[in-house]
Structure formats: C-alpha cells, structure tokens
Write a protein of this length. Sequence first.
Length: 134
Amino acid sequence: EADWSDSEHSSSLPSQIEACAQTSVNFMHTGQPTPPTTPEPEPVAHRRPGKEKGKKNVDRHSPEYRQRRERNNIAVRKSRDKAKQRNLDMQQKMIELGAENERLHKTIDQLTRELSSLRNFFKQMPEASFGSAA
C-alpha cells in the first residue's frame, strides 16, 4: 500500500485517519465462525478485455488523486469496521436469544409438569366435592 502522506499537501485527512484509527473495533471471542467479508473475485471468463468503461487516464501523483484515494481508504476501512461490528452485534443477539429460548423452554416444561400434577390431583377427588351447580 502506497504512502500518500507528504508535507507539501496538508489537509484534514491525517486527522481523519487518526480518528478512524481510534475507532477500531474490539473483537470478543464468541466461538462462532466469522463469515468472509470480501466477495469472491469474478471468474476470468466473464471479464471483457478492452471494455472497461469509465477508465480515465489519471495522474496518480496529483494531489487530487492522492486526496481522493485517502478518503476512499478511510471510507473502506470505516465500512469494513462497521460490517464487523454489525456481525459481532448479530452474534451477541444470537447468544442472547438462544439463552432466552432456553429459559422459555424450561418455563414450558415447568408449567407442563404443574398442569399434569393439577390434572392428577383433580382426577383423584370425588365428584361430590366439586358441589352441584344446579
């Protein structure tokens, strides 16, 4: 990766880069595999040589190009960090929902046992003890 920083072209980009570096994502180990975040490259057979639209002859050493590349690199880094954070949030939500699901299943089991116990209790009682409604 090229170093685009030179003292003759000062801008707010170094401060943007510093801010982006400070917003790094802390990854906690969840034991879950992380899916790949980059798509597979397009097969060579589908590419059309000579048909590259929008390709302009750009001076890669111009200040405008360097600034555009720096801004794009920052945006890409920010986007990837955001996607990683979204993935971590999703994994955390999955863990929380799994725990809640387990808790609800335990509640169902407990209530089912209680219902069965009450049914058995009322089956054993004589019908006369319920009183007559007529």
